[in-house]
Design a protein around this ligand. Structure first.
Ligand code: ATP
Ligand code: SF4
Ligand code: MG
Length: 328
């Protein structure tokens, strides 16, 4: 499968400044992260709250504004034979690629719809920005068909967001994100705020859309049950770092990183009402993360080397990578 995007040695920090513009702290939310994204795959990104998942999504979409700063590394996309440097892209370039090549479903996106605009007008705005000489009648027809294909009733078209349920609003957000058939969809916790039944419907919708468009879906969620259902490959993040990458079945059946093992054991799965054992301890501060392996204060397998030397990412078997001294 061809590569659609590469993230290389990416460092994205929140710079917290005091009066006078002096940097007082840096939150190393994404710290030297590298991976690639393939065409026609569902790539899941997992990890506890605060490990940098949303920050990574923002940077991959090009939403980089203070206090968020890219301190190093790159994000490149490969669209129709052209290499696009996302970090260096100006606003004009971003406007050209947003919606049409990359779309973004932000965390809490049920609330990103403009409350003062009818659904119809939010769609027309997106289409106007990308289609020159838009025939409004044709466009309306296209939007209506698209909305219906998302399992939404026709009335949604002329509704205001507040007239819709949470699940319907999320479907509208997905419909908006897919109307121009983008090559890459970045979805940040797209189902987290929904109840279990609605969640399942939205997941099925996302998966179906990805299959139909044969594009790439990068889906962020801390819910391992969601990954098990939808992802082809997975990335596990811990405290601003990527610690494991692999095909979803490998990650679930033979997790290599002690943190991944904990995640699989402890995170609730869809519909699972039993209380599972949490991971002991807390993730470190991203302002002053521990040296060496960031997981060492919580790791049951910690060795001396872990406290001083950062483990490198190693390919243990084809497509399955881990950053842990145990595999050396
Ligand atoms: P969650 O699962 O809770 O959504 P996440 O993995 O998406 O978490 P991020 O939102 O990327 O995590 O946050 C990573 C780190 O950056 C956290 O320590 C967070 O407190 C910090 N952070 C996020 N936004 C800001 C901001 N605007 N200013 C300063 N620090 C921030
Ligand atoms: Fe545990 Fe050491 Fe592996 Fe880190 S490198 S996960 S501390 S064994
Ligand atoms: Mg988040």
């Amino acid at each position: 499968m061809a590569t659609i995007a590469t993230v290389e040695n990416l460092r994205a920090y929140y710079i917290v400044k005091a009066v006078g513009g002096v940097t007082v702290s840096e939150i190393k939310a994404v710290d030297n992260v590298s991976f690639e994204v393939r065409e026609n795959e569902v790539l899941g990104i997992a990890g506890e709250s605060g490990c940098g998942k949303s920050t990574l999504m923002k940077v991959m979409y090009g939403l980089i504004a203070p206090p968020l700063t890219v301190k190093g590394g790159s994000v490149h996309y490969f669209f129709e034979g052209r290499k696009v440097d996302l970090i260096g892209a100006d606003r004009k370039t971003l406007n050209r690629i947003w919606w049409k090549y990359i779309s973004y479903i932000p965390q809490g996106s049920m609330n990103v719809l403009n409350p003062t605009m009818r659904v119809k007008d939010q769609f027309l705005d997106v289409l106007r920005a990308h289609i020159r000489r838009l025939d409004e009648e044709e466009a309306e027809d296209m939007i209506l068909k698209h909305i219906e294909s998302m399992g939404l009733p026709r009335e949604v078209y002329t509704s205001f967001p507040h007239q819709l349920s949470g699940g319907m609003r999320q479907r509208v957000v997905i419909a908006l994100a897919t109307i121009l058939k983008p090559k890459v969809i970045l979805a940040d916790e797209p189902t987290t705020a929904l109840d279990v039944v609605v969640q399942r419907g939205v997941l099925q919708l996302l998966r179906r859309v990805q299959k139909e468009l044969r594009n790439t879906l990068v889906v962020v969620t801390h819910d391992m049950g969601v990954h098990a259902q939808i992802a082809d490959r997975m990335i596990i993040m811990y405290a601003g770092k990527v610690v494991e990458i692999g095909p979803v079945d490998k990650v679930f059946e033979e997790p290599l990183h002690p943190y991944t093992k904990y995640l699989i054991q402890s995170l609730p799965k869809i519909g699972d009402k039993t209380l599972r054992k949490g991971i002991p301890g807390k993730p470190p501060s991203l302002e002053n993360p521990p040296p060496g392996c960031r997981f060492y204060p919580r790791c049951p397998r910690v060795m001396d080397v872990c406290k001083v030397e950062e483990p490198e990412m190693v390919e243990v078997e084809p497509m399955h990578y881990v950053a842990c001294h145990l595999v050396r």
